[in-house]
Design a protein around this ligand. Structure first.
Ligand SMILES: NC(=O)c1ccc[n+]([C@@H]2O[C@H](COP(=O)([O-])OP(=O)(O)OC[C@H]3O[C@@H](n4cnc5c(N)ncnc54)[C@H](O)[C@@H]3O)[C@@H](O)[C@H]2O)c1
Length: 325
C-alpha cells in the first residue's frame, strides 16, 4: 500500500506517521491486513522531527499541479490533515478558503482521476457546530459560526458526494479538541486548552482566555491517532449504514475540572493568568462541550476516560522527550 499524509509534518501528521510505521499495515477492501510499502508525508513546512522510514515532500497542496505529482496512481490511502487552524482561518479569510476548502476539493479531484478510488480519511472538527446544544447528538445539524467550521463542513459534504459518485472512499471524522498538544501554543482558538495544562506542568505561565465554567470536548493525542487509523480500517459497509461523517467520542471536561486535575498532578495552578479574550471565548464557546456519539462508539471508535490519565500520559511522553541522550 502507498499511504500519503497531507499535513504530514504537523502535530497529528507526525504522530500518525510514527504509529503507521510502527504498525506497518492497514486493512484493504477485503478486510485483510496489507503491508505499507511506502509512506509519504506532504507539507509546506519542513519536518520538525524526522520520521525515519517515511518520505517527506515539501509543497503547497493549494497547487493542483503539485498535488497531482503526490497523489499518483499507486496511492491507495490518503489521510488529509493539512489545514489552516481555527483562529488563523478566522483572521485570514482568503487563506482559510484556499487551504481548508479549495485544496480539499483539489485532493478530491486528484482522487477522482485515479484508476481505483483511494481511501480518504478527512480530519474535520467539532468546530462544524456553532451555538451547539448542551449535548450534541449524531444527527444535530452542523451550523458553524466560524470560517474554519464552515470550510470543514463543506469539505465533509464534498467528501460524501465524491464517495457517492464512486470517485473516492471517504471517511470524515469530527475531531474533538486534542489535548495535551506538546510544544508551543499554536494559532488554534483552542490552543489554551493544552496551554493551561502543559505550561504550568513545566513551571511556565499560561493564559486562560475563557471562564472556568466552559465545558470542552477533548481527546488525547494517542486516542485520536488510533481513531484515524480505525476510520481507514473500518469496512465501507459499516460506513454506508449512515453518512460518511462521524462525531468522535471524547471527554467532556470543564476548564475548572482541568485546573483541579492539574493541581492533582502537581502543577502550579497559580501560573494560570485569567485574561478573557472575547473572540476566543465566542469561537470555543460556540463548539460542543459534550456529545452523545452512539454511532461512533458502535463502530468501535474510542474516547478517553478521565483528564487525569491524559495529563499522566503527557507527563510520561514529556519525560521521554527531555531525557538526556
Ligand atoms: N489538533 C486539534 O485539536 C484538532 C481538532 C480538530 C480538528 N483538527 C484537524 O486535524 C488536522 C491536523 O491538526 P494538527 O493539530 O496536526 O494541525 P497542524 O497545524 O499541526 O498541522 C497541519 C499541517 O498542515 C500543513 N499545511 C497547512 N497548509 C498547507 C498547505 N497549503 N500545503 C501543505 N501543507 C499545509 C501545516 O504546515 C501543518 O504542518 C487539521 O485538519 C485540523 O483542522 C485538529
Amino acid at each position: 500500500m502507498k499511504v500519503v499524509i497531507l499535513g504530514g509534518h504537523g502535530f497529528l501528521g507526525t504522530m500518525l506517521a510514527q504509529r503507521l510505521l510502527q504498525k506497518n499495515c492497514l486493512m484493504d477492501r477485503n478486510n485483510t491486513s496489507q503491508a505499507i510499502d511506502e509512506l509519504v508525508l506532504v507539507d509546506q513546512m519542513p519536518p520538525q522531527i524526522s520520521v525515519e522510514g517515511a518520505t517527506s515532500l515539501i509543497g503547497d497542496i493549494t497547487d493542483p499541479g503539485f498535488l497531482k505529482t503526490v497523489i499518483d496512481e499507486d496511492v491507495t490511502s490518503i489521510f488529509h490533515l493539512a489545514a489552516v487552524v481555527s483562529a488563523a482561518a478566522e483572521a485570514d479569510f482568503d487563506l482559510g478558503m484556499r487551504v481548508n476548502l479549495e485544496a480539499t476539493r483539489n485532493v478530491l479531484e486528484c482522487c477522482r482521476n485515479l484508476p481505483r478510488p483511494p481511501w480518504l480519511v478527512f480530519s474535520s472538527s467539532l468546530a462544524v457546530f456553532g451555538n451547539a446544544p448542551a449535548v450534541v447528538m449524531d444527527d444535530t445539524p452542523a451550523l458553524p459560526l466560524s470560517s474554519y467550521g464552515t470550510q470543514k463542513v463543506i469539505g465533509e459534504y464534498l467528501s460524501c458526494e465524491y464517495t457517492r459518485k464512486g470517485f473516492v472512499d471517504a471517511r470524515c471524522l469530527r475531531l474533538p479538541t486534542i489535548t495535551i498538544r506538546p510544544g508551543k501554543p499554536n494559532k488554534a482558538a483552542s490552543s489554551f486548552i493544552s496551554s493551561i495544562l502543559r505550561e504550568p506542568l513545566q513551571g511556565l505561565e499560561a493564559i486562560c482566555p475563557v471562564t472556568r465554567d466552559m465545558n470542552l470536548w477533548v481527546q488525547s493525542p494517542p486516542t485520536v491517532i488510533e481513531n484515524l487509523i480505525h476510520a481507514h480500517d473500518t469496512p465501507a459497509s459499516a460506513w454506508d449504514e449512515g453518512p460518511r461523517i462521524l462525531n468522535l467520542p471524547g471527554l467532556s471536561v470543564s476548564v475548572d475540572e482541568m485546573v483541579a486535575a492539574l493541581k492533582r498532578a502537581g502543577g502550579d495552578t497559580s501560573l494560570i493568568r485569567w485574561q478573557t479574550d472575547s473572540e476566543i471565548a465566542r469561537l470555543v464557546g460556540s463548539w460542543p462541550g459534550a456529545m452523545n456519539t452512539a454511532r461512533a462508539t458502535q463502530m468501535g471508535f474510542k474516547g478517553d476516560d478521565i483528564i487525569d490519565d491524559i495529563i499522566r500520559d503527557y507527563l510520561d511522553f514529556y519525560a521521554q522527550q527531555t531525557q538526556p541522550a
